[in-house]
Design a protein around this ligand. Structure first.
Ligand code: FAD
Length: 492
């Protein structure tokens, strides 16, 4: 059994852990599980608290710190969600595998940073399969496909008549009518699934599995402020802050694995500046925090003619069931590298009446000027504010505009008499965070090696989306988990 406790109530001996993981999201949880499978005793330190079934996403970002953005105000969101289970507690369960093009995007895009991953798709394949089994991803390995929604079926027809191939989205949700399947109680966006039909690290036996030979202790309510290092390149302790008790505690570590998200992980490394790491951990080449990638994305909303009667009912069920990857790699797209277009229903069932919404998404060019830095201003706990600097290139704007135009074509074909585009708002954070702790063999162009070990340090590792050199054109959680598992299995 996994022990979940507020750290203020833990009174534990912190010295018996083989590894301490920072962050309990999908990456931290799969790393914890992988080490516990090997018989290790693992602690997971998590800042946020436990989420109630049916809870909304907003408070699990808003209650925690904001970040400064290029606007000069603290209006940036540096969390996917701050809670036990991370952003996966609120995600839409869209679980694509990446393609080789995502791992070698330099064939399409050029930037001032290393963009190719130091591994191939083949290296990830076995771990994708394991995650698909653990989460029960629909349409994979014998798990039944999730059926298209009524809007999904309309979109499929419209795509087909335009010569665009529609497909069913692989979802980590048990389909209705299967054992413990989805009851389609809501429109399933930005809320914690109340029935556990949607997979998460808590709703499936990932973090909490009594069959594991090792142990996992999740200590929440604990903000990891700094990693203390020695002159020989070893981490020796974590300095943590517990807001509930206003205490600072020191947790000794044998090994630390940071899985805090690409903004928080970079910030932790920068805060850990010391005489042994004068620019921050792993920051000899001033790369920590650079290459921040949020994904480029947007929405088009079609207002439908009354004749399109299926669009006048509310929507219950998953946020999205149908997509097309027709423009993923396509000669007509700027740079020949597009992304996905998929159904994207509004979070409340009734909000969808009379409307059909599409989302388009692609990975952006990672530039070194897009980055996470620490500001001189400190918050009420004395911790420096995080600041992001982020803007998109002309290429990226052209790529996403191409996808937006194709989405509008589909909606028009479906009978939309008016189409509105929700403005792109990329400078204030995102739920898809990548690129700030780049992976590679050369410490001059990367921060971690291909297994997530920070160059120059023997027991400090990063295993979240920050090690992804290109963000990928698809939703990332499946890949973040598969890659984290691959890296964790490499640990001795
Ligand atoms: C509304 C929503 C919908 C989404 N839908 C999808 C989808 O359909 N498909 C998909 O692939 N992805 C989706 N995502 C993105 C998905 O949630 C992320 O890809 C995923 O959660 C990343 O996992 P992670 O473990 O790397 O980071 P996170 O989930 O962000 O976990 C990091 C954890 O670390 C904790 N932490 C950070 N810093 C510290 C610190 N200093 N001390 C202690 N703890 C710390 C955080 O509180 C957090 O719990 C969605 C996200 C949201 C919010």
């Amino acid at each position: 059994m996994t022990d979940f406790r507020h750290i203020a109530a833990a009174s534990c001996d912190y010295t018996h852990f083989d590894a301490v993981i920072v962050g309990s999201g999908p990456s931290g949880s799969i790393v914890a599980r992988t080490l516990a499978e090997k018989g290790c005793h693992v602690a997971v330190l998590e800042y946020g608290g436990l989420v109630s079934p049916g809870a909304l996403h907003g408070p699990h970002q808003a209650a925690y710190s904001t970040a400064l953005t290029s606007s000069g105000t603290a209006d940036g969101k540096p969390w996917t969600a701050c809670c036990v289970g991370g952003g996966m507690q609120f995600y839409n369960a869209i679980t694509f595998r990446y393609r080789q093009a995502d791992l070698s995007a330099s064939r399409y895009l050029t930037t001032d940073m290393e963009i190719d991953w130091p591994i191939t798709l083949q290296d990830l394949d076995p771990y994708y399969t394991e995650i698909e089994h653990l989460l029960g991803i629909s349409g994979a390995n014998g798990f039944p496909s999730y059926p298209a929604s009524s809007r999904g079926l309309m979109l499929s027809n419209a795509m087909q008549t335009l010569g665009i191939r529609p497909k069913n989205i692989p979802l980590a949700i048990r389909p209705p009518g299967t054992s413990k399947g989805c009851t389609e109680c809501s429109a399933c966006d930005e809320l914690a699934c109340p029935t556990d039909a949607r997979a998460s690290v808590l709703a499936r036996n990932i973090l909490d599995d009594s069959a594991l030979p090792g142990t996992i202790t999740v200590l929440y309510g604990c903000f990891v402020n700094r990693i203390e290092t020695r002159s020989d390149g070893r981490a020796e302790a974590l300095e943590c802050y517990v807001p509930l008790s206003s205490e600072r505690i020191r947790i000794p570590v044998e090994r630390v694995i940071v899985c805090a998200n690409a903004i928080q992980t970079a910030a932790l490394m920068l805060r850990s500046k010391s005489r042994h790491a004068p620019r921050g951990i792993g920051n000899e080449s001033c790369l920590v925090g650079r290459g921040l990638s949020f994904k480029i994305s947007g929405y088009s909303v079609g207002h439908m003619e009354l004749t399109c009667s299926n669009a006048f009912v509310p929507h219950w069920g998953p946020h999205a069931t149908v997509y097309t990857d027709e423009f993923y790699e396509h000669a007509d797209v700027p740079c020949r590298f597009g992304g996905l277009i998929y159904e994207a229903n509004f979070p409340l069932p009734d909000e969808n009446v009379g409307l059909v919404r599409l989302h388009y998404i692609a990975g952006e060019e990672p530039w070194s000027h897009n980055r996470v830095v620490l500001d001189e201003a400190v918050d009420r706990y004395g911790i420096p504010y995080i600041r992001f600097e982020y803007r998109n290139s002309e290429n990226d704007r052209a790529r996403i505009s191409f996808l937006a135009d194709r989405a509008d074509d589909i909606l028009r074909h479906l009978g939309a008499f008016r189409i509105e585009r929700e403005p792109f708002a990329h400078a204030k954070g995102s739920a898809h965070l990548h690129g700030t702790m780049r992976a590679g063999h050369d410490p001059g162009t990367s921060v971690v090696d291909s297994y997530g070990k920070v160059h120059g340090f023997t027991n400090i590792h990063v295993m979240d989306g920050s090690v992804m050199n290109f963000a990928g054109n698809s939703n990332p959680t499946h890949t973040i988990m598969a890659n984290a598992r691959r890296m964790a299995l490499s640990l001795e």
